[in-house]
Ligand binder design. Structure first.
Ligand SMILES: *Cc1c(COP(=O)(O)O)cnc(C)c1O
Ligand SMILES: [Zn+2]
Length: 500
């Protein structure tokens, strides 16, 4: 729909222009820094930063109900930049002009209600939000769209040139970084660091296909992270890990979409997400807090972070009920099928600690929880979900396992409605499914396949056939007819089909 076809009172708000005043603020020493330079850590004390709009109050001149109308009407516009995360421009990157926005089709992923059978099995009403349907097949595209739009803005302003973007990754960050950087090639080139043999072949194929320089490093993600931190502190590179606060801003779109998708009614809702480096859960909390602050939503949803017992530092931290006594300890990770969350020392932990406290305070009660699940539960629930119409990755399975556990432990009530984050597409993690079906998980995973969830192809080749077709050597005439009939009979027998 064209702008002049919208109601008159909404027209001035439809297409956002640059506004606001973004600054980096250190979560430790509170010092503030301008955004003309890319910063990842506080130049004064080295701690992590978040981006704040010092002019956020201006947005309160527009009422909550009016904001809802603005976002709902924006859905009908055919302006690419507003079809992605920048539908919520005022909250995500208000200083950026729309022509800096890089839009590759990210965001606005489907929310799919589980069928009655699966809801019954889980004992609660729930939906999956399929973030695997983003362009590089994970939610990381939301944050990369934001980070690369900002870099494009710096390029346009002449503040930077010839950017080399780097990141460490459990697979999906590098896929997204390489994809978005390739859109801005050659002004932006990218290099990604991956833990050797700790990303799936599909994930490895992605940055290679996007033309990034790919480095495989021994160790786990936490080791790669140390190396890119060293690079970003000593060399002229743009860090694209979620230490980069622009990533967090973009990922807030996930919360905004959920709110909009449920008519801004967050009462009785629980949002469940896996926690690895903890950038995602940071963004989810931050997003709902901003919507709440502007009166766009009246209730803050419950938030449940889920971790595997093989990578559970955040879960362990919150086991201590007394905030004064809590003490963060990194953990040694063990192999996990929720491989993208296999992180022992989450970079965003200081952000999480701060936002959880603020979220609970604003809600007037505890609303953020962390749940722990086993590797077995993750695989079983992923496969169960996908046998009921979903395409969720292992982390989606982790969310569903976490939902069931949280309901059991009373962290979620049975009458709530949960929205689960399938953070990537099932196909990225097909190898874990295969290990399950073949019953060859290395022992450290502790996963034993359940017969009813195992599946395998059957080769149909009746023994009495002397001629079968091959690529380039088709059958014809009686040979083909015989082949078709015998093979069909064999399949009919295996399927126990009745003749009509
Ligand atoms: C990155 C990632 C996670 C973990 O998100 P964090 O922001 O690191 O906590 C979970 N699932 C998938 C598929 C991911 O790519
Ligand atoms: Zn500081």
């Amino acid at each position: 729909m064209r702008v002049d076809q919208f109601p008159k009172d909404i027209q001035p708000y439809l297409i956002p222009g640059p506004g606001g005043d973004l600054i980096y603020r250190c979560l430790n020493c509170q010092k503030e820094f301008g955004i003309r330079h890319l910063l990842y850590t506080c130049p004064a004390c080295g701690h992590v930063l978040l981006l704040y709009d010092t002019d956020f109050e201006r947005l309160k001149k527009i009422s909550g109900p009016m904001w809802r109308r603005i976002f709902d009407y924006r859905r009908m516009l055919n302006i690419p930049a507003l079809n992605g995360i920048y539908r919520y421009h005022e909250l995500i990157g208000p200083v950026l002009p729309l022509d800096a926005a890089v839009f590759l089709g990210e965001g606005h992923t489907p929310v799919v209600e589980a069928n009655a059978r699966l809801q019954k099995k889980a004992g609660i009403r729930f939906y999956f939000k399929n973030d695997g349907q983003n362009p590089s097949a994970s939610f990381k595209d939301r944050g990369m769209a934001s980070a690369l739009s900002y870099i494009r803005y710096l390029l346009q302003q002449g503040y930077v040139s010839d950017v080399l973007a780097v990141c460490a990754s459990t697979g999906d960050t590098s896929a997204a970084a390489a994809l978005y950087a390739s859109f801005l090639h050659p002004d932006v080139k990218s290099a990604v660091l991956l833990p050797h043999k700790r990303v799936t072949p599909q994930q490895l194929s992605q940055p290679l296909g996007s033309g990034a320089m790919v480095f495989e490093v021994p160790g786990v993600f936490d080791d790669c992270m140390k190396i890119v931190e060293h690079l970003s502190e000593h060399y002229n590179v743009a860090l694209l890990n979620s230490k980069n606060a622009w990533r967090i801003l973009g990922q807030e779109s996930y919360s905004y979409e959920i709110a909009q998708g449920f008519e801004y009614d967050m009462a009785g809702k629980a949002v469940v997400a896996p926690v690895g480096n903890a950038g995602n859960i940071t963004a989810i909390m931050s997003g709902f807090l901003k919507f709440h602050d502007l009166g766009i939503i009246e209730d803050l949803p419950r938030i449940v972070g889920v971790q595997s017992e093989h990578a559970n530092p955040v879960y362990k931290y919150y086991l201590e009920p007394d905030p004064e006594k809590r003490c963060f300890e990194p953990v040694q990770v063990k192999p996990s099928v929720a491989q993208a969350a296999m992180i022992g020392n989450p970079v965003s932990m200081p952000r999480v600690i701060r936002l959880v406290a603020e979220y609970n305070r604003r809600a007037g009660q505890q609303k953020v929880f962390v749940e722990e699940v086993t590797e077995q539960q993750i695989m079983d629930w992923q496969l169960r979900a996908n046998r009921n119409g979903h395409v969720v990755c292992t982390h989606g399975g982790e969310c569903l396992a976490g939902l069931v556990a949280a309901k059991k432990s009373g962290k979620i009530a049975a009458d709530e409605t949960a929205i689960l984050d399938s953070t990537a597409h099932a196909l990225k993690f097909a190898d874990f499914q295969q290990m399950y079906f073949d019953n060859n998980f290395p022992p450290e995973y502790g996963i034993i396949p359940r017969d009813e969830l195992v599946n395998a192809p059957e080769l149909v080749c009746p023994e009495d056939l002397d001629k079968v077709p091959r690529p380039g050597r088709p059958l014809s005439g009686d040979d083909l007819a015989h082949f078709v009939q015998r093979t069909a009979e064999d399949i009919a027998m295996r399927l126990d089909l009745k003749k009509v």
